[in-house]
Design a protein around this ligand. Structure first.
Ligand code: ATP
Ligand code: MG
Length: 317
């Protein structure tokens, strides 16, 4: 079922570029990944078949793998169980199946926690012009897409509009506090190392990834002291939307890498812009059917490779 947006009988807290977030009660949220797709920070008019399910199922799969290592927000991704818990959702079972997550509600830290194992994207641009990454000098002689001598934590602020802004770890400390910053970095490294190890066995390089964390409020605590046990992993985790996934067998540093995910879409949009048929702003040009299909195939391919789902199963779950 192709789904551009949802309209559920719960208070809508936020419609992001991809997810619709509903309030269930003071402690829980329902996060529904639609099939919307964005590129260059613009949401396309067309939806991508299976994309929402792929994002939710990859996130849920990783969270299950990582449960012994990291506390997280997922309570259930079983739409039948969610609908029996919240009967008002029962008429929406079909649209929730595979793409909805019932989650613990947390106060999300206003930062993006990014780990980079390879130099690409905005980090490559910074290094190419100043020789630094997140403001710190880096070894010389790196080329585009080089593997870094060791993965680097490069936090960013969350921009409400436009691009996120990279910040130094000092700035992160000033925003969230020293102890929290240390815990966010520790957890981000753990998640990246775990993800990179497991994906590596499946022929996928995770060049970089972004995670978000939240803090569980504790109304009964008399003194507000930082408690690392209340930091939880939220949002989507190690998906093609939050990470750069590269096929390991085609890895060739010295230029941009072919990636799973939105490459056909980005290529199409770049070509439209180059041909002066699109000015790079909203509204985007209409997408041809083959671009939609190719993008959908990319998402399904990464899902199958990563989770070892059988390619011949039509349904994702
Ligand atoms: N457990 C949670 N508690 C509270 N908020 C959460 C939780 N998990 C995720 N969120 C928030 O829900 C939103 C998910 O929506 P989505 O990913 O579509 O939007 P976004 O990435 O913030 O913005 P956009 O995609 O529009 O740039 C994010 O703002 C995220 O911080
Ligand atoms: Mg998001």
């Amino acid at each position: 079922m192709l789904l551009s947006h949802t309209s559920l009988p719960l208070p809508l807290l936020r419609r992001g570029k991809v997810r619709d977030v509903y309030e269930v009660d003071a402690e829980r949220l329902l996060i529904v990944a639609s099939d919307r797709v964005s590129a260059f920070d613009i949401v396309m008019a067309e939806a991508i078949p299976d994309k929402g399910m792929v994002l939710t199922q990859i996130t849920a799969w990783w969270l299950r793998q990582m449960a012994p290592l990291v506390r997280h927000h997922l309570l259930s991704d079983d739409a039948v169980a969610i609908c029996s818990d919240l009967p008002e959702l029962a008429p929406h079972l079909e649209e929730l199946t595979g793409r909805a997550m019932l989650c613990v509600r947390a106060d999300v830290f206003p930062v993006e926690c990014v780990m980079r194992g390879y130099i690409s994207g905005s980090a490559w641009k910074e290094y190419a012009s100043t020789g630094t990454m997140a403001g710190e000098p880096l070894a010389r002689a790196l080329v585009e897409s080089s593997r870094l001598p060791a993965p680097i934590f490069t936090p960013a602020t969350k921009a409400h509009t436009g691009h996120d802004e990279n910040i130094t770890v000092d700035r992160l400390r000033a925003i969230v506090g020293t102890e929290t910053a240390a815990e966010l970095e520790r957890l981000t490294r753990l998640i990246y190392d775990f993800g990179q190890g497991l994906a590596g066995e499946r022929g996928i390089i995770i060049a970089d990834t972004k995670v978000e964390f939240g803090y569980l409020a504790n109304a009964s605590a008399a003194v507000e002291e930082f408690d690392p046990a209340r930091v939880i992993l939220v949002d989507e985790v190690l998906t093609p939307d939050s990470s750069r996934f590269w096929p390991a067998d085609r890895y060739a540093p010295g230029g941009p890498q072919p990636s799973f995910d939105k490459q056909p879409l980005r290529d199409y949009l770049e070509a439209e812009r180059a041909a002066c048929r699109w000015n790079g702003e909203d509204p985007p040009p209409p997408l041809p059917e083959e671009v939609i299909t190719a993008t959908s195939e990319r998402y399904l391919d990464i899902y199958r490779r990563l989770t070892h789902a059988r390619p011949d199963t039509g349904a994702l779950i």
